[in-house]
Every structure is written in C-alpha cells, then in structure tokens.
Design a protein around this ligand. Structure first.
Ligand SMILES: [Zn+2]
Ligand SMILES: [Zn+2]
Length: 158
C-alpha cells in the first residue's frame, strides 16, 4: 500500500505534495524505478534522467508502477507534468465533477491507466478493460461497477 497521509498529523495528502495543508510539514518524496536500459536506480521525484546511462523517463511511469501495486492514487497536480507528457490521450469519461479524463493503454490485455483531472489534483487508477481498444467490455465491466458503487452509496444514505 502507498500511504500518503502526513506522518506528523495524519492529514491525508496527495502523492508528491510538498507540504501538509494541515500542519505545514515538508516532505521529500522518492519515486524510484529500475532503469530499463541499464538496471540502475532512478528517482523520478528528483530527476527523470537515469544518472548512469542518460535514459529519460516520465514521472507518470513511476506513478503507474505504484498503481499496479496498490490501486488508485491522488496526485498533487503541481508536482507532475501534464498527462499528455506521459503519453496519455484525452478521453471522455462518465459524467462526474472532473474537468478532463486521460487514458493510456497498458498493454493489449492490460486495460487502461485512467487519469481524472480535478482542480488541484489528479486521480489515477486502472480500468480492467481498455476504453480505447475494448469499449464495449469497458462499459459492461468497468463502467458497470462504477455505476453500482454510486447506487449503493445512495441507498446507504436513505
Ligand atoms: Zn500534517
Ligand atoms: Zn540507466
């Protein structure tokens, strides 16, 4: 699990957020990845270029590794480049409060990484079926489960 809560006050923070909104504690994040070219360790939070061989990465690839490990994550919008820089394409999502949706396929059968852009943060998660290459299964499975979540939470308020 990726724990993004403040170690000092427990306030929930966004991934890569510099300061806790609540107590002001400063954070230095590490987002390490093994370089695909030379196997060296790259800290994407510090530099997107491998110090050993010069290969370039996108911060988004490190975030995608975390999503593979632990599911959806909220990211400080000011701390990452625009999703298009991580090879995401704009894509219409279900009508919610978000400003924009971006998607990137994570392999033929791997589904999509899905970034939802809000005012101050991005929410990234993975959909089991790609809305780009497999829109019907995406709506049946990924879309369906989201709609189900909405209706259950409405019922619990009654
Ligand atoms: Zn705090
Ligand atoms: Zn390298």
């Amino acid at each position: 699990m990726v724990d993004t809560s403040c170690e000092k006050c427990g306030n929930s923070m966004f991934l890569l957020q510099d300061n806790c909104d609540n107590c002001g504690e400063n954070y230095e994040w590490e987002l390490t990845k093994d370089c695909a070219e030379c196997g060296g360790e790259v800290d994407l939070a510090e530099s997107v270029v491998c110090g050993d061989c010069g290969s370039r990465y996108s911060v988004w690839t490190g975030i995608e590794d975390l999503v593979d490990e632990s599911g959806g994550l909220y990211i400080d919008k000011g701390a990452v480049p625009h999703p298009c820089a991580g090879l995401y394409v704009p894509h219409a999502g279900f009508p919610r409060m978000q400003i924009f949706d971006y998607r990137k396929m994570s392999g033929v059968l791997g589904g999509d990484f899905h970034v939802v852009s809000y005012r101050d943060y991005y929410y990234i998660h993975k959909d089991g079926f790609s809305a780009i290459s497999n829109p019907i299964c995406h709506v049946m499975f990924d879309g369906g489960s989201k709609l189900l979540e909405v209706s259950t939470s409405v019922l619990s308020f009654l």
